[in-house]
Design a protein around this ligand. Structure first.
Ligand SMILES: Nc1ncnc2c1ncn2[C@@H]1O[C@H](COP(=O)(O)OP(=O)(O)OP(=O)(O)O)[C@@H](O)[C@H]1O
Ligand SMILES: [Mg+2]
Length: 133
């Protein structure tokens, strides 16, 4: 049951909360500690906020993953927006093209165990995060 991939569509700011709630619920269903569920949910909320801000719309797909008996939560946040020209630069703290703090991407990366970002200008951005329980 919990192996199914689930999706939250990102269209409005309410979807930030929908994504947080959904990812936390999956983590809790699978008996993960509060700290694990909070970490992945917070990372996802930053990524969803970026989708709304820079791309407008997108989606989060999330599921449980297993590796060598370890259980984790994987979330993939993707959009087909403008993309990121310089990923290395965008990952630095205090780098923002919108005049905010520029902590979202580096902060999200710190909260999870695995973080993969791919982006193509004019095609969009995909960020995959995994938090092991
Ligand atoms: N999904 C995305 N599509 C296009 N550009 C993005 C996307 N996500 C991040 N970026 C770019 O990467 C930069 C850094 O993102 P990050 O989330 O770290 O900071 P921020 O959104 O500018 O500020 P904060 O998250 O602290 O409010 C952004 O300013 C933006 O230029
Ligand atoms: Mg941000």
């Amino acid at each position: 049951m919990s192996d199914d991939k689930r999706v939250v569509h990102i269209r409005t700011t309410a979807d930030i909360h929908n994504a947080i709630f959904a990812v936390q619920a999956l983590a809790r269903e699978n008996g993960m500690k509060e700290g694990v569920s909070a970490a992945i949910a917070t990372a996802v909320s930053e990524l969803v906020t970026n989708v709304l801000k820079y791309a407008g719309t997108g989606r989060v797909s999330y599921q449980t993953v297993k590796r060598a008996k370890r259980l984790g939560i994987e979330a993939v946040v993707q959009d087909t927006g403008p993309g990121i020209m310089d990923i290395e630069e965008a990952m630095k703290e205090s780098v923002s093209t919108s005049g905010t703090l520029g902590l979202g991407l580096p902060g999200a990366k710190r909260l999870v165990d695995e973080f993969e970002i791919t982006s193509t200008v004019d095609r969009g951005t995909t960020v995959k995060v995994v938090k092991w329980g």
